[in-house]
Ligand binder design. Sequence first.
Ligand SMILES: [Zn+2]
Length: 184
Amino acid sequence: MITDANGRVDAARYVASGNCDERPPGEAITLLVIHNISLPPGEFGGDAIERLFTNRLDCAAHPYYAALAGVRVSAHFLIRRSGELLQFVPCGKRAWHAGESVWRGRRGCNDFSIGIELEGADDVPYAEAQYHVLAELARALRAAYPVSDVAGHSDIAPARKTDPGPSFDWTRFRGAIDQEPLAK
Ligand SMILES: [Zn+2]
């Protein structure tokens, strides 16, 4: 995987989202934030996540979606259960994924982070393909930006968020990204 000058990853299917803006001038990208999402919660497949992140979700289509009316959010990336990688926002822009958050004393983690969603739920094991693609993506992003930390949404907003949940294997993920990048 290669990240271009605008912060687009070549291996991703690009679906442009407007739920982003400019990062503060001179802000360095130092944090990766791991999330999970499934719509409706606990159900995988379909295109509802893609629709939510691009403001095209039919909020009448499911009772749970009523609470999402008018919500403007997007991560930079989504990794589906199959391992398919989607990108919604170039890394150079500030995607609206973290909300009110703090990491190592700094508020507003959207300013200095990249948000990566895994299609999943807190208590359902993630797919092998997702770990593989996540590790490849994290390595590509570390090669492009001065990333020094990886955190869960639950780490930066502990009072509000539980994702990626106990089902996410941090030991496995950290081990995978600490390896040298695979030779092309
Ligand atoms: Zn989250």
